[in-house]
Design a protein. Structure first.
Length: 115
């Protein structure tokens, strides 16, 4: 099982990034997919998740209206489009796949929002 995140980097406040997480080794379409983040010295927190039905999504209040999660089951990939980025969005972003007792994590990708 592999979850590989990409798309992180350094961006100025107000900018945008799109994160991708490509999965392999399991039946992607069965899984709820989520993005979490962890800032230095803080607990890991849920950013957004998307159920197997692609229009069923949920977001943390802190990112509502700015971030959009989506999935492409044909490509085994989940995305996180991040707009209007703020310095407080700086964190390592992790992809998570969950179904029944199965729970998988990616290695994380760093997002830094700074001028």
């Amino acid at each position: 099982v592999h979850l590989v995140e990409s798309g992180g980097g350094l961006v100025q406040p107000g900018g945008s990034l799109r994160l991708s997480c490509t999965a392999s080794g399991f039946t992607f379409s069965n899984y709820k997919m989520s993005w979490y983040r962890q800032a230095p010295g803080k607990e890991r927190e849920l950013v957004a998740h998307i159920y197997t039905v692609a229009d069923n999504t949920n977001y943390a209040d802190s990112v509502k209206g700015r971030f959009t999660i989506s999935r492409d089951n044909a490509k085994n990939t989940v995305y996180l489009q991040m707009n209007s980025l703020k310095p407080e969005d700086t964190a390592v972003y992790y992809c998570n796949a969950r179904w029944l007792l199965h729970n998988y994590w990616g290695q994380g990708t760093q997002v830094t929002v700074s001028s």
